[in-house]
Ligand binder design. Structure first.
Ligand code: CMC
Length: 433
């Protein structure tokens, strides 16, 4: 980090000097840690759009240039060359593992994929049509009740085993909740398969019939999981950090992150995209009315899968996913009208002044659903697939925060705009309006 001159804040005739922090890639922040103490003022920043809450060494993102790097490595290289567990280890440890380190890590994670047998009752307590994101958050939360001796975030052994258990067990929980929703028998994990292949096996095998994992599908899912693995201080990662900052255990923190991800403005958008594309196809395939609606000020409708808080040029993940969507569909011989509509919609929106001026581009969720559909996943499972992919990021962010001695409990300020002080009125003396 290079040194920059301090910033000066002038309020009336008072001047305050504020230190400036510079990141590895030249990002600059005015450090306001002492602001309230010295001036009595706080800052006001809706959606934290201008606020860096932490220093982090995990992911670098330049939204103006469309750059995304995990631990310094460009996403384009990682997506094509790494395995998902390799990325999980990279994000958590900061270094590319040697083959023996990776083998050891994969072996440990693999040997935690089983769930306690009585956890089946948890899935069976839900209505069969329950949304899988709600079930996943509940199941992750419930994991804490099975491992009460390994919950202390200040205990290195407890942290290590909990991070591995979480990563290992989530695919099993997702597959089992799916099997229950379909009234099908649960399929147990297989230790001879890798992370992605094992997940596909638990999802699509039957006790009577093994699902032959297609290497092309496994490869594409591996890429998708990697592309979702971390995205620095996004809504769900921030949620994980804030919950964890109160020293909540990792299961509670990540369960909260799953809830944050479920919203349609965040991870829930991948389900929203496919539902929107289906609506367009059902309405006859004309995209123009949908684009017009998205532009209307009065209409809350937005083009799902478009726009991003940080990317203002292009989302590098979307470009990689688009290429894979075309390849996977070609490989499976699947001719999905939704892919054609998605490509037309992208073309029209990218040439439209509204989207150009507001710098709205397809995001990671725009094409992912089309691939998941071709792979045989039901629409309401798409956000859960995002959650599996995002696990390494949530885990690494939680871990980094717990290790950082400067971490403080997440507790923002507010500007109160309610009533000024007034006296209590007894109920019989209140006027009815
Ligand atoms: N369709 C139409 N207009 C849009 C869209 C869209 N998809 N996204 C943003 N806008 C408009 C918005 O109405 C606003 O217009 P104005 O300045 O006239 O008020 C302007 O663009 C800026 O949008 P914003 O809502 O202030 O931007 P934000 O950074 O707060 O929100 C976003 C970012 C991703 C929530 C938003 O772009 C959006 O709702 N997109 C659709 C949902 C979506 O695809 N979400 C997935 C995000 S990427 C993966 C993830 O994070 O999980």
């Amino acid at each position: 980090m290079t040194q920059r001159e301090d910033a000066v804040l002038r309020v009336g005739d008072q001047e305050y000097t504020l230190p400036v922090i510079v990141g590895t890639e030249g990002e600059i922040a005015v450090d306001i840690n002492q602001l309230r103490g010295t001036t009595g003022m706080v800052t006001f920043d809706r959606g934290f759009a201008n606020t860096a809450e932490t220093k982090s060494a995990i992911t670098f993102l330049d939204g103006e240039k469309g750059i995304l790097r995990y631990r310094g490595y460009p996403i384009e290289q990682i997506a094509e060359q790494a395995t998902f567990l390799e990325v999980a280890l990279l994000l958590a440890s900061g270094q590319l593992p040697s083959q023996s380190e990776l083998d050891e890590y994969a072996d440990e994670v693999t040997h935690h994929t089983m769930l306690r047998e009585d956890m089946k009752h948890l899935f069976e307590a839900f209505p069969r049509e329950a949304h899988p994101m709600q079930i996943l958050a509940s199941a992750i939360s419930a994991l804490a009740t099975y491992y009460p001796d390994a919950l202390d975030p200040r205990d290195p052994w407890a942290k290590d085993i909990s991070m591995k258990r979480l990563l290992a067990k989530v695919p099993t929980m997702v597959a089992w909740s799916y099997k229950y929703s379909q009234n099908q028998p649960y399929v147990y994990p297989r230790n001879d398969l890798d992370y992605v292949a094992n997940f596909l096996h638990m999802m699509f095998s039957y006790p009577t019939e093994n699902y032959e994992v297609d290497p092309a599908i496994a490869k594409a899912l591996n890429v998708l999981f990697i592309l979702h693995a971390d995205h620095e201080q996004n809504c769900s990662a921030t949620t994980v950090r804030v919950v964890g900052s109160g020293h909540a255990n990792i299961f509670s923190s990540v369960a909260a992150g799953v809830h944050a991800l479920s919203g349609p403005l965040h991870g829930g958008a991948n389900q929203g995209v496919v539902e929107m594309l289906e609506e367009i196809v059902t309405a006859g395939g004309d995209i123009a009315p949908f684009v017009e609606r998205a532009k209307g000020k009065e209409d809350p409708f937005r083009l799902m899968g478009f726009g991003h808080r940080v990317y203002k040029n292009f989302d590098p993940r979307a470009q990689i996913i688009k290429r894979h969507a075309q390849e996977v569909l070609a490989k499976l011989g699947a001719d999905d009208p939704l892919l054609d509509v998605a490509m037309q919609l992208e073309e029209v929106a990218l040439g439209d002044d509204y989207f150009i001026e507001k710098k709205l581009y397809p995001n990671v969720d725009f094409y992912s659903g089309v691939i998941y559909r071709a792979m045989g996943f039901p629409t309401d499972l798409f956000t859960v697939l995002f959650a599996i992919g995002r696990l390494p990021g949530w885990i690494a962010q939680w871990h980094e925060m717990q290790k950082d001695p400067t971490t403080r409990i997440g507790r923002p300020r507010q500007i109160y705009i309610g009533e000024p002080k007034r006296d209590w009125v007894a109920i019989e003396e209140r006027s009815t309006s």
